[in-house]
Design a protein around this ligand. Sequence first.
Ligand code: ZN
Length: 452
Amino acid sequence: MKTLIYGGRVIDPADKIDSRLNVLIEDGKVAALSPEDMEADARIDASGKVVCPGFVDIHVHEDPVENGHIYADPEKAVFACMLRMGVTTVVGGNCGSCFYDPAQYLDIADRDGTYVNVAMLAGHGWFREQAGALDPYGPATEEQIAAMSAAIREALDAGCAGVSFGIRYSPGTDGRELLAAMGALRGTGKLTACHLRDDAAAVFAAMEEFLDAAEAAGVPAQVSHIGSMAGFGQMERALAMMDARRAAGQDVMCDCYPYSAFSTGLGSATYDDGWLERYGCGYDVLELCEGPYKGQRCTEEIFRSQRAALPSCRTVCHVMQPEEITRALTHPAVMLASDATLHLGQGHPRAAGTFPRLIAEYVRPGHMSLYDAIAKMTAIPAQRFGLIGKGTLRVGTDADVVIFDPEKIQDKATFADPIRPPEGIDMVLIGGAVAAREGKIVAPPRGRAVRV
Ligand SMILES: [Zn+2]
């Protein structure tokens, strides 16, 4: 079976390609790129459209496993939202958290299929719990640290793409535990990603803690969702810290989502005493996504009662500065990633809007070129996480492709309607076959595990 996507502007930053080319797909792989016409069984007209590698989202909180299967609601699943916005490969297991054994998760993805291809990080917090360190605020014992490091090493051997930390969520993690868990990465070439211990004015010390540990362990470091860590007036200095380390030879990069509000559980340590002072805000920045106050901003009374009654309640915190997010996203060592997390279709619109939004809100108004934006959505993240054959249309790679109108592509998900599909994306192909069309999923799940 040969399919030809013809007439489109092909942008593939992995190979510095930006030309009008026809893309021939054969047996699920990219077979040829040529300005000439080529014979095919099926033809897709991409005139006036951009044709680029399927987007790669390296910071996702994956759908949970229920009764042995990955949650796969075609509207509400994170992976379904991903596919509808042009993403074809995701990396789960971020911020130290996994819903399930990450190596087994990859096996289930292969057995059942998923809406998008899935790679997994070994989430330190999950392994910490498995090792018996059940108090996130307390230190782990030497035996527990040895056990979690050994289990992480096994997960890496089974194809996990690296190790993630969520020091914010398990603040009992100390330097010796960080170094031991990162030590599992030594010699693998894989990276460590981290949701830092602290944000706002405390982000600098938190960044140093993580980057010092990564440097001591000799592993590449990824600072997760820098916008929600330093987007309150600290961005310039945080990026300068990263640049100074890069200049000194340390391998460090960041990712960022294109919104000026973050999202986390109401019960999480983010909202422990002192959060109002930290962000310099009032309770009204906090929007609840579930329960009796869904869609409402908080008062002190609502905050206190709901935090006690419904700690799992998703929240949106409208507290970052938009120009700080722009500053991060336009930095060459910052890639795009959604930090998608949904609970039964509720949560932050970034899960369904992040990738189209970069073009609609940052390219069209002139903050960055379309080429640079696509690099941040394809080649840079795929190379960063060692996802071979993803994030490029090089001949021989998997034919994961997105076709969109650069003038019309637009995120439509909002805080009130967080899973609404975007507009302006004509088609998303996974393994050479059409998986979504005009914001609708049109085929059974075609994604599989990506082992690194
Ligand atoms: Zn996080």
